[in-house]
Unconditional design. Structure first.
Length: 188
């Protein structure tokens, strides 16, 4: 029998099933007043359909979704699929790019990711927190730029445009946060 979780016990990182969808809890709030029922709101990511939104839950119990994950390495892109390989068993998995709308901009050769599965169904991938990418194109810093940390636009090797400090130059490797695509620092 599946494990049940009371709505008020849902915490960030937990997964649960509701109406045929699998939700990953990102944030939760619980509000209980004297005479009213508890109001439980959770910010969730729908692992089947994608998208993040707020859900208001009743005081019911929900079935826990057992998500498994294993580490695989990106091998190559074939048509509309990304192919990942297990370094131990050499098993390959193809994931359609439609399941990787945000993640595909950070996938580079040899990148290790966590493939997330629910039973035999592949839900998507979990990227590392940061990735190293090369600046393809950016403006030169002004000659007399001050000590203030002004930002400028830069295009990365994957075509993504981000804001970087003005001292960053073309062909320089930088670290980018995969959660929001922001600049972290120079690569070592």
């Amino acid at each position: 029998m599946a494990e049940l979780i009371h709505a008020k016990d849902l915490r960030p990182g937990m997964t649960y099933l509701d109406k045929g969808n699998i939700f990953l809890v990102i944030e939760n709030t619980f509000n209980k007043t004297c005479q009213a029922k508890a109001v439980i709101k959770v910010r969730v990511r729908n692992l089947k359909k994608g998208g993040v939104n707020w859900e208001t839950l009743s005081e019911d119990k929900y079935e826990k979704a057992d998500i498994t994950s294993n580490t695989m390495t990106f091998s190559y892109k074939e048509a509309d699929n990304y192919v990942f390989m297990d370094d131990v068993s050499y098993e390959t998995v193809e994931i359609p790019k439609t399941k990787l709308e945000w993640e595909k901009q950070f996938i580079t050769d040899g990148l290790q990711v966590r493939i997330q599965k629910f039973g035999d169904e592949i839900l998507g991938i979990s990227l590392p927190d940061n990735v190293t990418l090369t600046i393809k194109e950016t403006e030169d810093a002004p000659k007399n730029s001050g000590a203030t940390a002004r930002m400028k636009k830069a295009i990365l090797e994957n075509g993504v445009e981000i804001e970087v400090p003005e001292f960053i130059k073309n062909n320089e490797k930088i670290v980018v946060r995969t959660v929001d695509g922001s600049y972290v620092g120079r690569a070592k």
